[in-house]
Each structure stands twice: as structure tokens, then as C-alpha cells.
Design a protein around this ligand. Structure first.
Ligand SMILES: Nc1nc2c(ncn2[C@@H]2O[C@H](COP(=O)(O)OP(=O)(O)O)[C@@H](O)[C@H]2O)c(=O)[nH]1
Ligand SMILES: [Mg+2]
Length: 332
């Protein structure tokens, strides 16, 4: 690629979509092969959607009739809580039951070392040599439209490919990661002893989105204390504490994993009772909201015709309120 990829999510200045690597005339055929479980087809569809290539719109449209089957489970929490290891343990449990699993690991850590992705590959050993599992890691390189929307498009790819469950690992540090967790049908928030500030390290926003709380590294001293702190933090939020199960796991030795999967399934039964279109709509809503806020950010940056200065002067001279000026910017 001769052009540098954008590093910010502001893409409203029409950045040209990268050229497709699959022939747009073959889209229908690729979808058929993908749904037949052909890994190369799955991989190339994901790549097109990840890059938001010129084939992406046709692919997304062709996928639509096949969406809404997969249960999407988000795993989020601070770095080092054991998310990847836990996801690996859950994969092994699900595979033992014969269920197929797609995995997306979103890791915004330094793209320079590449260590995070390599680390995921090492931890997600359950996925090796198994056609029933497909793992895709995303680093924080520039994605057209941003990293999180790329992850959401890949959820659609894995759902469309027919996987029973899609596991989405995100680091719960920034608002974007917390937002992307909202596209999941079930949100698992993971903490662990020894992360420094323990519960304080869990952004309060994370506690609020949890359908299930997990204290991982249950084999380590301090796990019980972390459990108690968490139960305490949840009990102040009375409405939440009633329904959020708090489970202890050890992703390393497997303790608590069957119970975690049972709990996921119990919630999954409720989710499956919702119309599939509701799940697709949730993801579409997220993509629209993100694209809209990117557009707004770009408009502000450009300031409409002639930059923001003329509007700022109007505000200074009292001929316009900041609110009116803002509307003018949005009108373009
Ligand atoms: N003792 C113990 N260590 C764990 C457990 N789960 C993960 N780890 C370790 O914690 C470290 C971070 O794990 P990782 O899965 O990469 O965390 P992530 O950043 O949340 O994805 C690794 O060294 C793991 O081996 C656990 O249940 N018990
Ligand atoms: Mg990880």
C-alpha cells in the first residue's frame, strides 16, 4: 500500500476504500464456500471486511440473510486479568460439547512489538488444528472507520459463516472498548486479584455493563478478597447486584469454567428468545452511531466551508450563539 492508513477514526473525509482482493463478481460464491466451512473463504471475507475494501458493501449485503444465529459473548476487563486464557478455556469447553466457536481478540496494545497477538495465539491453544474454531486477532493499526467497527463487521462475518458462538475479547480501558462490548448479546466482565488497584482498576462503566462478573485467577491468594470487594461494589448498586452473577474461575486449572459456560447458556436461552433481527439491529445501531460521530468529528475538524473561524467570529460579535454555530457546522 503506498498510502498510509489513517490512524484516527476520523474517516469522513472520503478516504478511498482499499481495492478488493476478491473479485466482486465472486461474492455470492465466496459466501457459499464460507458457509460450507472453508477456512480460506472465511479468512478472505474477514480480511475484506476488516480493511473495508471495495468488496465490503457487497459482502455485508450478501451476509445479511445469514445473520442472527450466533450468540455473541463479550469478554472485557483490564489487561492481564486473564481474558485470553479464559476465552481459551471456554473454547475448550464449548468444543467438547461439539459447538463451533468464532473468536475476535481486539488488542489495542502496541502494534510495534506484535507481542499481544502472538500472546493470544499462544494462550488460545484450544483453537489449534480445529476446524470448529476460528480466531482472528485485531491490533490497533489504522482501520477505516476505527478498530471497534472493524470488530463488529467481523462479528457479522463469523455469524454469517454459521459459528454457534462468537467470543469477543476487548480490553476494558477506554470508552470505545466499553462501547463495543455493548454489541455483544452477553457481557462478561473479568477481574483478578493482584492487578494493583483491584476493583478501583475496574472502571465503573465496566461494572454497569456486566451481565456476568468473573473473578479469574481463583487459584491465586487474594481471589476471595477480590470477590468480596466486587460483591461490595455491586451491592451499592442495588438494581445491578440482584441479577449479576459473580463467579470465580481459574482459567489455568479449569476451575469454575463449566459453571461459567452454564451461566452463559442460561442467559443465552433468554437471548435466543429474542428475534434474531434485534441482535442484528444492535450491531447496525452501533455502526451507525460510530460512523455518525466520526462524521461529526470530521466536520468539526474541517469546520464546514472556510473553517471554524468565521463561525467563531459570529459568536464573538454576538450574531450567533455557539449552539446555532454548531448546527451550521452539522449542516455542512
Ligand atoms: N494463576 C493464574 N494465572 C492466570 C490465570 N489466567 C490467566 N493467567 C495468567 O495471567 C497472565 C495474563 O493472561 P492473559 O490471558 O494474557 O490476560 P489478558 O490480558 O486479560 O488477555 C498470563 O501470564 C496468564 O498465564 C489463572 O486463572 N490463574
Ligand atoms: Mg488478551
Amino acid at each position: 500500500m503506498s498510502k498510509p492508513t489513517p490512524t484516527s477514526s476520523v474517516t469522513a473525509t472520503p478516504t478511498a476504500a482499499p481495492p478488493a482482493r476478491i473479485d466482486p463478481a465472486n461474492v455470492a460464491d465466496v459466501i457459499v464456500r464460507m458457509r460450507g466451512g472453508e477456512r480460506r473463504a472465511i479468512s478472505s471475507v474477514i480480511t475484506e471486511l476488516e480493511r473495508l475494501s471495495t468488496a465490503a458493501p457487497a459482502l455485508l449485503q450478501a451476509l445479511q440473510p445469514h445473520l442472527g444465529h450466533a450468540l455473541v459473548v463479550g469478554f472485557t476487563g483490564p489487561p492481564g486479568a486473564g481474558k485470553s486464557t479464559l476465552v481459551n478455556a471456554v473454547i475448550a469447553n464449548l468444543r467438547a460439547q461439539g459447538r463451533t466457536v468464532g473468536v475476535i481478540a481486539v488488542d489495542p496494545s502496541s502494534p510495534i512489538s506484535g507481542g499481544a497477538i502472538l500472546g493470544d495465539r499462544i494462550r488460545m491453544t484450544a483453537a489449534l488444528d480445529d476446524d470448529g474454531v476460528f480466531v482472528r486477532s485485531l491490533a490497533s493499526r489504522g482501520y477505516l472507520g476505527g478498530l471497534s467497527p472493524a470488530a463488529v463487521r467481523i462479528i457479522d462475518a463469523l455469524d454469517g459463516a454459521g459459528f454457534d458462538i462468537v467470543l469477543l475479547e476487548t480490553v476494558g480501558t477506554g470508552q470505545n472498548e466499553i462501547d463495543v462490548a455493548e454489541v455483544a448479546d452477553i457481557r462478561v466482565v473479568i477481574s483478578a486479584p493482584g492487578l494493583g488497584d483491584d476493583i478501583q482498576a475496574m472502571k465503573s462503566g465496566l461494572l454497569e455493563i456486566a451481565d456476568i462478573m468473573v473473578v479469574n485467577k481463583g487459584d491465586r491468594p487474594g481471589a476471595e478478597q477480590t470477590m468480596q470487594q466486587l460483591l461490595g461494589a455491586l451491592s451499592i448498586r442495588a438494581t445491578i447486584s440482584e441479577k449479576v452473577p459473580v463467579l470465580k474461575t481459574s482459567a489455568l486449572n479449569g476451575d469454575g469454567i463449566p459453571k461459567l459456560v452454564e451461566t452463559l447458556d442460561a442467559i443465552g436461552v433468554r437471548v435466543a428468545g429474542e428475534p434474531a433481527v434485534d441482535r442484528r439491529r444492535r450491531r447496525a445501531r452501533y455502526l451507525i452511531a460510530r460512523a455518525a460521530s466520526d462524521l461529526v468529528a470530521a466536520r468539526i475538524k474541517q469546520g464546514g466551508k472556510g473553517g471554524l473561524d468565521p463561525l467563531a467570529d459570529s459568536v464573538l460579535s454576538g450574531t450567533m450563539t455557539p449552539d446555532q454555530a454548531a448546527r451550521r457546522v452539522l449542516e455542512g
